[in-house]
Write a protein that binds this ligand. Structure first.
Ligand code: THU
Length: 178
């Protein structure tokens, strides 16, 4: 190790072999849904309408999810809560279960997520919870196709993300089990 003289005192200079890495990803941001192309605006509107069929008497946070599949079919999901709170399930995972059951093996091209509430304004995007991120990337992995996400409230800013895996850096995947 090289020695350095610092104010008359010998100090050891630490040699650091650490490599600095970073995760980065690009996403699109729109001021509101009127800036989206027609197909995306339609799908986000479906998600907004679906909030009406959510069952969320405990949180009053009604989430709607609508997916456009590669075969042109549209699949829906809404959050379904339960008096035993942990039993409740998010809109995204309801949708994934529906898609896998009704159209096995068919990729999800785009998934739009919106929400509504009695008590808070729905004027900005929400993004899927951690558990849903894990479920979404498993779906991407099993069909080998990215799921494009459109995130927006009932009004206001909309985000478009190219793949669910971007939302879960260092994800645990099936590769670790092989
Ligand atoms: N929720 C979803 O359905 N999706 C999300 O992305 C975030 C949260 C639900 C779970 C629960 O029923 C309610 O919203 C409040 O957390």
């Amino acid at each position: 190790m090289p020695l350095m003289i610092f104010r008359g005192i010998f100090v050891f200079k630490r040699i650091v072999y650490m490599k600095e890495n970073k995760f980065e990803f690009t996403f699109e941001e729109y001021a509101d849904s009127s800036e989206l192309n027609e197909k995306d605006a339609w799908l986000l509107n479906e998600a907004r309408l679906l909030t009406e069929t959510a069952y969320a008497p405990y949180s009053n946070f009604f989430v709607g999810a609508a997916a456009m599949l590669a075969n042109g079919e549209v699949v829906a999901g809404t959050n379904q809560e339960n008096a035993s709170y942990p039993v409740g399930i998010c809109a995204e995972r309801v949708l994934l279960g529906n898609a896998a059951t009704l159209f096995p093996g068919i990729a999800i091209d785009t998934l739009a997520i919106s929400y509504n509430s009695d008590s808070i304004k729905s004027d900005h995007p929400i993004s899927p919870c951690g558990m849903c991120r894990q479920a979404l990337l498993e779906y991407e992995g099993r069909i080998h196709k990215p799921i494009r996400l459109i995130l927006g409230g009932m009004e206001g800013k909309v985000l478009v993300i190219q793949s669910a895996i971007q939302l879960l850096p260092f994800a645990f995947t099936s590769n670790e089990l092989k």
